[in-house]
Design a binder for this molecule. Structure first.
Ligand SMILES: Cc1cc2nc3c(=O)[nH]c(=O)nc-3n(C[C@H](O)[C@H](O)[C@H](O)COP(=O)(O)OP(=O)(O)OC[C@H]3O[C@@H](n4cnc5c(N)ncnc54)[C@H](O)[C@@H]3O)c2cc1C
Length: 435
């Protein structure tokens, strides 16, 4: 039977990058992909535009802030193949890219198909062999050779194997966690895979009613408590007044929030779910507190409101925070104050001012879970990094066995960071494998 220099399992970002690099360096490479086509996750990435990386940070150290797990390990692969290297790499292969204001990098076509086309063309130009509809179900190693078996018992031989099967998110794209069992078979530890980067469900009807509203840059803090009584009573009218709060801060971040008909979503919320990955939302009570005006100190806000009210003491309270926050949310807050609509600015008490400030700087959204499993953008957890050499991506347990991409225990925030981790680890693996 023909012996390949390298078999890559998985035709996503990591597998394709490794395939191209290894084939360009002269190796005989076979890529096995279980789906009917390559790069299905690349195609849906970035809303079909494929946010290939991020160009906002000038140093690797700053870039790595965007990885809640795996940043230390990723230092090595990123130092060898950074976001800047990736941009040059794509441009040298004929794909023009653009950087948007927030640092996210996309193909100028705004179409992920052009990213995939460049990868597939480069792999074919480097004479890599690609086979789709090949569902690998088992890998064994005997006499220094890997035997790779498909579900139909068809098999292949190779000196080296790269596992680039992705995590467990969006399983329709093929990533269904198959590789974790193979890694365990070879003695690797797998850190419990958990969903990351997804929306929160909220039972609050007022949240659903605000669907479509986006808050562009707010402060978000996720709190946990054993009972509702441990939270402030404000905007949570069913719980007791209780100053002896025992809520615990789980995660905090800045970012955008989008109201939906089931709860909340958006990049800021994704960051919170990423930092809190693995949390069991069925146990205890979870509340997301939002500071709607994070750039104004409470004292300044107090002065702004007092000045505004002093200037027109006869105006009705319904307009008390007009112009400060989005109108639809203003409506919710003002109605929560339960004011007599005939009341005027001049009649607002200090206690009511405090209450309003509390609403604006610590608006509480009850959380009762995350979106259904499979809808998360990325998987946190995966193959333990302690058992992989970051200089080569080779297993420290089995020689000739390599890993790259989302299958390993690295995950980042949204913004191009997850794809960059796949490109960098795939590039390093593809350039390290020799026969
Ligand atoms: C909706 C969505 C949008 C996203 N947008 C972005 C974005 O804009 N920017 C960003 O940086 N990240 C984004 N991500 C995350 C990013 O796409 C992934 O982290 C990245 O594509 C993972 O690449 P990978 O090569 O490791 O795995 P995958 O792309 O998942 O590829 C793994 C491949 O392995 C194959 N495979 C699995 N098991 C087997 C088997 N047994 N035999 C053979 N083949 C197998 C699969 O079919 C699949 O093709 C997004 C994710 C989602 C779900």
């Amino acid at each position: 039977m023909f012996v390949n220099d390298l078999i890559v399992i998985g035709g996503g970002a990591a597998g394709l990058m490794a395939t191209i690099q290894a084939a360009e360096s002269g190796l005989n490479v076979l890529l096995l992909e279980k789906g009917f086509k390559l790069g299905r996750k690349i195609l849906i990435s970035g809303g079909g535009r494929c946010n290939v990386t991020n160009n906002k940070y000038s140093s690797i150290r700053d870039f790595l802030i965007n990885y809640p797990r795996g940043s230390k390990f990723l230092w090595g692969p990123l130092s060898r193949f950074s976001n800047a290297d990736l941009i040059n790499w794509f441009e040298s292969k004929g794909l023009k890219l653009k950087t948007e204001e927030d640092g996210r990098v996309f193909p100028i076509t705004d179409n992920s198909q052009s990213v995939l086309d460049v990868l597939v063309n480069a792999a074919s130009k480097a004479q890599a062999h690609i086979e789709v509809n090949k569902n690998v179900c088992r890998i064994e190693k005997e006499n220094d050779l890997f035997h790779i078996y498909l579900q139909n018992e068809e098999s292949y031989l190779s000196v080296n194997v790269l596992i680039a099967c992705g995590g467990m998110s969006y399983q329709v794209t093929g990533s269904s966690g198959d590789a974790y069992e193979w890694a365990k078979y070879f003695g690797h530890k797998v850190i419990q895979p958990k969903p990351s980067l997804m929306g929160y469900l909220s039972p609050a009807k007022w949240v659903h009613a605000l669907k479509g509203l986006t808050l562009t840059e707010v402060d978000l803090q996720l709190f946990y408590a054993q009972s509702l009584n441990d939270f402030d009573s404000l905007n949570n009218k069913s719980c007791n007044q209780n100053n002896n709060h025992q809520s615990i801060l789980i995660a905090k971040q800045k970012g955008a929030l989008l109201f939906t008909h089931w709860g909340i979503s958006g990049p800021g919320v994704f960051k919170i779910t990423s930092l809190a990955a693995g949390t069991n939302y069925a146990e205890g009570i979870f509340i997301l507190k939002i500071n709607l005006l994070p750039n104004i100190k409470k004292e300044e806000l107090r002065e702004v409101l007092k000045e505004k009210w002093k200037a027109s003491p006869k105006r009705k309270v319904i307009n008390a925070i007009e112009g400060l926050i989005p109108a639809r949310l203003e409506g919710y807050i003002v109605s929560s104050m339960l004011w007599n609509p005939e009341k005027t600015y001049g009649e607002i008490s200090n206690a009511e001012l405090d209450q309003l400030i509390q609403y604006i700087t610590a608006l509480q959204i009850p959380i009762n879970g995350i979106r259904p499993s499979g809808e998360e953008i990325v998987t946190a957890g995966g193959i333990d990094l302690n058992e992989i050499d970051s200089k080569t991506m080779q297993s420290k347990i089995v020689s000739g066995l390599y890993f790259a991409g989302e299958v390993i225990d690295i995950d980042g925030f949204t913004g191009g960071f997850n794809l960059q981790a796949s490109w960098s680890t795939g590039w390093v693996a593809g350039n390290s494998i020799q026969v």
